[in-house]
Design a protein around this ligand. Structure first.
Ligand SMILES: [Zn+2]
Length: 139
């Protein structure tokens, strides 16, 4: 259990370092844009505008990743990491290596997904019924 956590902690810290590097790279690229001087033709402006938007998008995604990493590191520190939130079993290390942010084991994940799919189907049925009731009232 302790060894497992050590391995995942090392993996998460490495992931965090890489994510931070990625964010810094994005920030550097956008601050390198020429400021003040109106830049060349309209195509240049359009593409730098789009690049900035892409940079913002990437930042959001990277930030979300950082948040997940920090949360996982916190769970390691509290001894809650790698334990299924649903059934309390130990999540296999193989699964954690692939999905370091997993909160539950494969079985519980499947159960949750099945339940979510059922809820979704139920909601779709309800919407469908509401629509058909509406049509009947109109007729
Ligand atoms: Zn479970």
């Amino acid at each position: 259990m302790a060894e497992r956590n050590e391995e995942m902690k090392a993996l998460l810290l490495k992931m965090k370092e890489e994510t931070l590097k990625e964010i810094h790279k994005t920030l550097k690229t956008s601050s390198d844009l020429p400021s003040g001087e109106p830049s060349g033709d309209i195509y240049d402006q359009a593409s730098s505008e789009r690049d900035r938007e892409l940079g913002l998008l990437l930042n959001d995604r990277e930030r979300e990743k950082l948040r997940n990493i920090d949360e996982a590191l916190l769970r390691i520190a509290e001894g809650e990491y790698g334990i299924c939130e649903e059934c309390g079993c130990e999540i296999p290390i193989g699964r954690l290596r692939v999905m370091p942010f997993a909160h539950c084991c494969v079985k519980c994940k499947e159960d949750l997904e099945k339940m979510q799919a059922q809820t979704k189907r139920f909601e779709e049925d309800r919407v469908y019924n509401e629509i058909s009731f509406g049509e009947e009232e109109e007729a």
